[in-house]
Ligand binder design. Structure first.
Ligand code: SF4
Length: 373
């Protein structure tokens, strides 16, 4: 958590609007300034940037830049909030004070609070706007200037990966491994990983393991498997989902591996993605478990949990893969799939997750969770 303190002062001059917290207040004098001069929001921005070390208002919005001429300070605050969010900061509360001789601003303070609460993405109770006078002292006291002070509390929610991974490991370490991991543990063979991952798509884990084992008893290399008929492969992998289509793809893949890759599985994403029935999830798992290469395999569990926790915000597994590559340290790229698949199967289930037992609850925003156990 960080505290930020902000201050600003503007001259009061005729011919300008008096704008505070986005509210235009009837007054013969208004704030002088390049933007709309909203001294309250400027103090708030000063506090937000000061606490996070992300620059200052003059650097971000220089008054030499004409695009900021007479701009609403709420627009500047909005841009600052985007900047903060991109660095995983969010505001917990804000306390502000305006120093002004006249007019009285109390009739407008409710509207100011609502505006600021909306801009800071906070409930209105977590924002306060107070007013003081300088009792005739100095420029503000003489009615020639207006001042504002702001204090903010912010929290950074960058995931703490070492802690999260060790908690996930603690929670899932004794659970059954996903079937493709079990197959890969027996023997690191890219071909077995490729075929068992193809079988695993839209198929229950226990079915994947028995279906893969049956098929590998008949043939366990591209050369021997290419000698099987489509029907023999389909019979071996039944009742895996879409077993007939998968049998066709597996046979085609074996033939391509024999003719184009000398009977080996290619160890790069682009080549794997050209194989029939092979998408990014399968290709990345082959790179992970078959070749021990750094890649993030995103299946339904990894996509759901990464978004549910609020670590990322993405629409599909491919976006999730790229977003996780941005925030997850490389040494966890291989491990994260196995951990989250097991965690998703045992704790963070799709419909009603076991939040009461969850060891990473402190790192989870529970986005979209309406029912939990
Ligand atoms: S707190 Fe609940 S929703 Fe969040 S990761 Fe844990 S089980 Fe899943």
């Amino acid at each position: 958590m960080r505290v930020g303190f902000g201050y600003d002062i503007h001259k009061l001059v005729p011919g300008r609007n008096l704008v505070l917290g986005g509210v235009k207040i009837p007054s013969p004098l208004g704030e002088d300034g390049h933007s709309d001069g909203d001294v309250l929001i400027h103090a708030l921005i000063d506090a937000l940037l000061g606490s996070t070390g992300l620059g200052d208002i003059g650097t971000l919005f220089p008054d030499s830049d004409q695009k900021y001429k007479d701009i609403s300070s709420r627009t500047l605050l909005e841009q600052v909030m985007v900047h903060l969010a991109g660095n995983h900061w969010h505001v917990i509360n804000a306390d502000t004070t305006v120093v002004l001789e006249e007019p009285k601003i109390s009739p407008f303070s409710g509207e100011m609070r609502r505006n600021l609460a909306q801009d800071l993405d906070l409930p209105v109770e977590d924002v306060s706007v107070k007013a003081k006078t300088k009792e005739g002292m100095d420029a503000a006291g003489a009615g020639k200037a207006i001042e504002a002070y702001a204090i903010v509390l912010l929290e950074n929610n960058i995931p703490k990966w070492d802690t999260i991974v060790s908690l996930l490991w603690k929670q899932t370490g004794k659970s059954e491994l996903p079937s493709v991991s079990k197959i890969a543990r027996k023997k690191r063979d890219p071909f077995r990983v490729l075929v068992s991952t193809m079988i695993s798509l839209r198929t229950k884990d226990e079915v994947t393991l028995t279906a893969s084992t049956r098929l590998f008893q008949l043939a366990d290399s591209p050369g021997t498997m290419a000698n099987l008929s489509e029907q023999e492969i389909a019979r071996a992998i039944y009742p895996a989902g879409f077993y007939k289509t998968k049998a066709k793809h597996i046979l085609k893949v074996c033939r391509i591996l024999l003719t184009e890759y000398a009977g080996s599985v290619p160890g790069n994403l682009e080549a794997l993605l050209t194989l029939p029935g092979v998408g990014r999830k399968t290709a990345n798992l082959v790179l992970n478990l078959g070749f021990g290469m750094d890649a993030i395999c995103v299946d339904t569990h990894v996509h759901r949990i990464s978004n549910r926790t609020g670590w990322i915000e993405t629409k599909n597994p491919e976006e999730t893969e790229y977003a996780l590559m941005e925030i997850l340290p490389r040494n966890y790229w291989i491990k994260i799939n196995e951990l989250l698949v097991t965690f998703g199967q045992t704790i963070c289930s799709p419909q009603s997750p076991f939040c009461s037992k969850c060891l990473i609850e402190d790192f989870c925003e529970k986005r979209g969770v309406t029912r939990s156990r």
